[in-house]
Write a protein that binds this ligand. Structure first.
Ligand SMILES: [Ca+2]
Ligand SMILES: [Ca+2]
Ligand SMILES: [Ca+2]
Ligand SMILES: [Ca+2]
Length: 486
């Protein structure tokens, strides 16, 4: 009897046990399905991210191809929505042409992968985004710029309350990049950096990136990036709300862009004339120089004069000095046969450097006003005249520095000529890849070098984590886009 009662009680246990097992199995299945779903959506978003990355890379390829034929035509690459805005890369139909305009196509709500090549537009207060690339030679090179030019560029960004003056910061920049260990009057070498709470070595070599400036005494993220933390040149909401959300901006409705858009370490040019022939190295072997000069000079008299200037000491440091130089031969009495009208061919055909490459020259054809204003000796008036002439003169009249000389005159030209070039070689490209049917976007930043038609990416960085801040979904001129403020 006792045995059978135990059996019944044991049998009575089976049902709850089975139920418990079923509940556990159910929970396992539910959590399994949850994880599968989570994995699937993670995979899907990774796949989308990858697809937009590939779209952005396709944008870079498009720029390479485009610049092969259009490198010297700034009007083609600076702002060209037709080539660079909402370019369709892949769609789920092969009959794209059936749809006519892109807008009609959008009405169909199809899957469309696109890219846009974007840059901010510092010249225009209404249309703030342009679709094109930026010439690195339109920026100030922190490895080669003279102190005076760096001071002129940095000064407008310094507040009275700032701890360091522009002169102090510039001396520290020069100490950082020069190879010696002697601090300049306002500079900083190892003595300063070794006493920091977290000490580090002073580089005593050229900057590899613009960001490296943040290691230099007196240079802060505020100065470098201003309020534009997502680096799109647009006033994003958090950049105009004071201390509410990073960064600490001044809430004045204007975007302080910082120094970053105007600085580079990449600007480079070949030491050749517009027709790709090597320039005459003025201080080379005298017989060779004489032969080469007679081929390019306008008259034998000019060639002879330049050869004799080359032989005299001290050596000239700007080709503009040829307009003033007097030759030693006739006791220094002969006035120069080189006039301001000769500066075009003189600067195109002759070089004071034997090097095949020139670094840090500023492209007078592409530099924005703030960079032109930093050129030593130039006044606001000169900059305005240069900008005016640049807008009016056709490209073929700006293939050498002749037009600049005619505008700024002998003295100023002599000062700035050694710092100038007339053409781009390395470009900053920001390519955003995206799709119309989901919100993911990839922002790629690249420095592209064009050696003639051969393109090479020499720097590549994914900027997506700074924020997907370009209003790429709007057509050019759309109110939503115009409504963006800076
Ligand atoms: Ca040093
Ligand atoms: Ca911004
Ligand atoms: Ca803020
Ligand atoms: Ca502001």
């Amino acid at each position: 009897m006792a045995t059978s009662m135990r059996t019944i009680r044991r049998r009575g246990m089976i049902l709850p046990l089975m139920l418990l097992v079923l509940v556990l199995l159910g929970m396992m299945a539910a959590s399994g399905s949850f994880f599968v779903h989570a994995d699937m959506s993670a995979t899907r978003s990774a796949a989308r991210r990858q697809q937009t990355r590939l779209a952005a890379e396709a944008g870079l390829e498009k720029v390479k191809l485009f610049l092969r034929d259009n490198r010297l035509d700034m009007a083609a690459w600076y702002d060209n929505a037709e080539q660079f805005h909402r370019v369709i890369l892949w769609t789920d139909t092969e009959q794209l042409e059936e749809y006519g305009s892109i807008e009609e196509y959008e009405d169909e709500q199809r899957i469309v992968y696109r890219f846009s090549i974007v840059a901010d537009n510092p010249d225009d207060d209404e249309v703030l985004v342009r679709y094109g690339v930026t010439d690195e030679a339109g920026k100030v090179n922190i490895n080669t710029a003279p102190a005076e030019q760096l001071v002129a560029l940095i000064t407008p960004f310094i507040d009275e309350e700032d701890e360091w003056t522009a002169e102090q910061i510039v001396d520290a920049i020069l100490d950082w990049r020069d190879s010696d260990i002697q601090p300049r009057p306002f500079g900083a070498e190892a003595e300063y950096y070794s006493l920091l709470e977290t000490p580090y070595a002073v580089k005593n070599a050229e900057f590899d990136t613009v960001e490296e400036l943040l290691l230099v005494r007196g240079m802060t993220a505020d100065l470098l990036y201003g309020e534009d933390v997502d680096r799109n040149g647009l006033l994003s909401p958090n950049e105009d709300d004071g201390e509410l959300i990073f960064p600490d901006d001044n809430q004045d409705g204007l975007l302080n862009r910082g120094l970053y858009p105007h600085l580079t370490v990449y600007s480079r040019d070949f030491n050749t004339a517009a027709d790709n022939t090597a320039r005459v190295y003025l201080f080379g072997d005298p017989a060779t120089v004489t032969a080469q000069l007679s081929a390019v000079a306008a008259s034998p008299n000019q060639a002879d004069f330049i050869v004799s200037v080359a032989a005299s000491t001290p050596r000239i440091t700007s080709l503009g000095q040829l307009m003033d130089a007097r030759t030693a031969q006739d006791g220094g009495s002969q006035a120069s046969p080189i006039t301001i009208a000769d500066m075009g061919w003189v600067t195109e055909r002759i070089s004071l450097s034997p090097e095949p490459d020139q670094y840090g020259l500023i492209n007078i054809n592409s530099a924005p006003p703030i960079v032109l204003q930093s050129l030593p000796g130039l006044e606001e008036e000169d900059v305005l005249l240069l900008l005016e002439a640049r807008a009016e003169l056709p490209q073929e009249d700006r293939t050498n520095l002749g037009w600049v000389a005619s505008i700024v005159g002998k003295e100023k030209f002599t000062r700035i000529a050694p710092l100038l070039t007339v053409r781009p070689m390395r470009f900053h490209v920001e390519s955003v890849g995206y799709a119309d049917h989901f919100g993911t976007m990839t922002r790629l930043e690249a420095i592209l070098e064009m050696r003639g038609p051969v393109a090479q990416i020499i720097y590549l960085r994914d900027l997506t984590n700074l924020g997907t801040s370009y209003p790429v979904q709007y057509p050019v001129g759309d109110e939503e886009l115009v409504g963006y403020t800076r």
